[in-house]
Design a protein around this ligand. Structure first.
Ligand SMILES: *Cc1c(COP(=O)(O)O)cnc(C)c1O
Length: 398
């Protein structure tokens, strides 16, 4: 294993993103290689025995370790400021592997209500089958988090800022509550990435990623990761190694390439998003814009304290309820109508009938998912073109 730089030294984020963890071979290649192999060979029976027995470091089988995957893991761990990273086949398998590693029957999770839909299904439908209970609270209501904790609570789990309403959870305060009750705090850092927020530095124990989103940034591969202290990550590694939700070498290579431009892309995403949010807020067909970077956002100060910038996902409430929202979406010609996000291509969706469509009317009302709400994940096209694509439908609503 060869690093261009020692990640323990003090390097900037972009330098770490470009130069950490390169496994350089004898060919002295400049670009990071892909190792598409299921297994590895040895010079002797004795060497094989030492590597299988763990007395000598080295690869055995790509479900356990693979050099391309390790490059991605070392790079993401350095960016998040964590001791270790374990890569997984998807964001969901990162969450599943964390739960399998840290929890057992009878344990409880306290989680924010505004989680990614599949995370809620995983907690309720699948972990629930094995006697793990989850309670949901308002992300920003610290007293509610505290009140939901019992002696059986082992894990606090949140996404911040939330999707699609951009609510902000106070990470240092949540970490303090978790630790006072002997629980761990895990933050799903998908929406901001380590370029904009490093939860471990703010007190969280674990960071979860869907690499599928901004880490790749171009919507080309599914993957995930968990970052945190060696002690916990050794348990997560055990689950991935044994149960098999490992990342493929090819996907790891794509994500490694993605990380190299992460800082640059996130700056550009945020600049486009802020400009679009301000323009939308001033448009007469728009009732409200939810974006933590706007002066009108009630938690802007908290967001500015724990984030370097505000991300690129906006909630926009337009006039005319569902009909109005659908007409704005259908009037676009360039934007992608899809539930995905974290892509150079701007995406647009109606949460009430797609990402949050399974919620009952009462649940939608409690979650603030109104009929006129549109979610826009702002990409990197020219901002004038994104605005023009939205203006067509919005102007018709006035
Ligand atoms: C997409 C997403 C996930 C799940 O990741 P997959 O890679 O799709 O499995 C988890 N959390 C958040 C916030 C997401 O946006």
């Amino acid at each position: 294993m060869h690093d261009d730089i020692n990640p323990e030294e003090c390097w900037g984020l972009d330098t770490l993103a470009i130069r950490t963890g390169h496994h350089r071979t004898a060919e002295q290649e400049h670009g990071e290689p892909i190792f598409p192999t299921s297994s590895f060979v040895y010079g002797s029976a004795a060497e094989a025995a030492r590597k299988f027995g763990g007395q000598e470091p080295g690869n055995v089988y790509s479900r356990f370790t693979n050099p391309s995957v390790q490059t991605f893991e070392r790079r993401l761990a350095a960016l998040e400021g964590g001791e270790r990273c374990v890569a997984t086949s998807s964001g969901m398998s990162a969450i599943l592997s964390t739960a399998l590693a840290l929890l057992q029957a009878g344990d409880e999770i306290v989680a924010s209500r505004s989680l990614f839909g599949s995370t809620v299904s995983l907690f309720d439908k699948y972990l629930g089958k094995f006697g793990i209970t989850t309670r949901y609270v308002e992300l920003s209501d610290l007293a509610a988090w505290e009140a939901a904790i019992t002696p059986a609570t082992k894990l606090l789990f949140a996404e911040t800022p939330s999707n699609p309403l951009s609510e902000v959870g106070d990470i240092p305060a949540l970490a303090e509550i978790a630790h006072r009750h002997g629980a761990w705090l895990a933050i799903d850092n998908c929406f901001l990435t380590p370029a904009l927020q490093t939860p471990i530095a703010l007190g969280a124990d674990l960071v979860i990623h869907s690499a599928t989103k901004y880490l790749d940034g171009q919507g080309r591969a599914i993957g995930g990761a968990v970052v945190g202290p060696d002690k916990l990550l050794e348990e997560v590694f055990g689950v991935v190694r044994t149960c098999g939700p490992c990342m493929s070498p090819f996907n790891a290579w794509i994500f490694t390439k993605g990380l190299e431009t992460l800082g640059l892309r996130m700056k550009a995403h945020c600049a486009n998003a802020l400009q679009l949010a301000e323009w939308l807020e001033a448009h007469p067909a728009v009732e409200r814009v939810h974006y933590s970077g706007l002066a009108s956002h009630p938690q802007r100060e908290l967001a500015a304290r724990q984030q370097k910038a505000f991300g690129a996902v906006l909630g926009v409430e337009v006039k005319g309820g569902r009909e109005g929202a659908w007409s704005v979406i259908d009037a676009t010609r360039m934007l992608s109508i899809t539930g995905n996000l974290g892509d150079v291509k701007t995406t647009i969706t109606h949460p009430g009938t797609t990402t949050h469509g399974r919620l009952s009317d009462d649940q939608k009302a409690a979650a603030g998912i109104r009929e006129g709400l549109i979610r826009i994940a702002v990409g990197l096209e020219d901002i004038a073109d994104i605005q023009a694509d939205l203006a067509r439908g919005l102007d018709a609503l006035v």
